[in-house]
Design a protein around this ligand. Structure first.
Ligand SMILES: [Zn+2]
Length: 339
């Protein structure tokens, strides 16, 4: 479950270049959403420690200075709520943990502060930027809490203490109602990117069906990302879910893509195969340069196409979908771990 990452901190100059490019070239809908995203990132200045804050919560804005000449800068409602969430989290976690606020994200962890900040700067921030550049358009409107526990022991202990939960997953999970990710980060950052995809998709495409939600999240659990020519990018890679899928294809037991998409019990019996089929469908589309187009078209048209089959036909004009499915299965069989 270890993600292959291309660790590059967010490049502010690159963000500015993207904004300029979008302003010059972008059609209005793209301009609007991209501007909102860039503004979201740009509106949060580099964090500083505000000494009048609760100990351990790192403010993402300086404490307002009292002056009669200019109005004091006010935190945006979201960053203010993120700070408040951070204060509450600090009280819940106790003195053994660090709380770092990077609005809209509120990170709580028993790692050191430097380790948490490095995880944010090198993994979370560039991956989030790349996901927005590639798929998403609607930025978060609520704080997202990310709990990172250093090993299985502390992860299990905090799951029990904070939520009265145990044994949900050895890697981590996402609690949608609380907009909270709970992670055993000792298993690597793959689960962080998986659950982060769910948390962001919740804002961008609330009606995203399970199959594509899990397909996209599973794609990112083994991925690389970075910035190329100032353009953030993210690419899924082959991972451990391939072998089981190949076995099912070889046995002739794999459902058609249309059946998988419409399966009301995607997370029921056989979910391992369902996740793998959805993930490798996403990888197949990614390799053909169609995944982002498909996601955006599906988000636009989902009211008339709740499972996405019609949208698939629309982004593959003139392609016979039964043949597409056969080609997909042949591609799965030919895929190797090094691809
Ligand atoms: Zn998931």
């Amino acid at each position: 479950m270890t993600a292959i990452v291309d660790p590059q901190p967010v490049n502010r100059a690159a963000v500015n270049r993207i904004r300029l490019l979008i302003l010059i070239l972008g059609p209005l809908p793209i301009l609007g959403s991209s501007w909102a995203l860039c503004a979201w990132f740009k509106s949060e200045p580099p964090p500083i420690v505000a000494p009048n804050r609760v100990l351990g919560v790192q403010a993402d804005r300086a404490a307002p200075e009292i002056t009669t000449a200019t109005p004091a800068p006010q935190p945006s409602p979201l960053s203010g709520r993120a700070l408040e969430t951070g204060r509450q989290l600090e009280a819940m976690l106790g003195s053994e943990c660090q709380v770092v606020v990077r609005s809209p994200f509120v990170l709580g962890s028993d790692l050191s502060r430097a380790e948490v900040e490095q995880l944010y700067d090198r993994t979370m921030a560039p991956a989030v930027l790349a996901m927005y550049r590639t798929y998403f358009a609607t930025p978060p409107s609520d704080p997202i809490t990310v709990l990172l526990f250093r090993n299985e022991d502390s992860y299990n202990r905090y799951c029990e203490e904070l939520f009265g939960e145990r044994g949900i997953s050895i890697y981590g999970y996402y609690k949608p109602r609380r907009r909270t990710l709970v992670l055993n980060i000792g298993t690597g950052s793959g689960t962080l990117l998986h659950e982060l995809t769910h948390a962001l998709a919740d804002f961008d495409f609330p009606d995203l069906p399970d199959w594509l939600n899990e397909g996209l999240a599973s794609l990112h659990e083994q991925s690389r990302f970075g910035s190329r020519g100032g353009e953030p990018w993210i690419e899924g890679l082959v991972n451990w879910r391939l072998a089981g899928l190949q076995e099912v294809v070889r046995d002739g037991r794999l459902d058609s893509l249309a059946e998988m998409m419409a399966n009301p019990r995607f997370r029921g019996p056989g979910e391992g195969t369902n996740y793998a089929q959805a993930r490798y469908f996403c990888l197949y589309m990614q390799q053909q340069g169609l995944l982002a187009e498909y996601y955006r078209a599906f988000r636009r048209d989902h009211a008339h196409d709740p499972y996405g089959q019609k949208t698939l036909a629309a982004v593959l004009p003139g392609v016979d979908l039964d043949q597409f499915d056969r080609d997909f299965q042949q591609w799965v069989l030919a895929l190797g771990q090094g691809d």
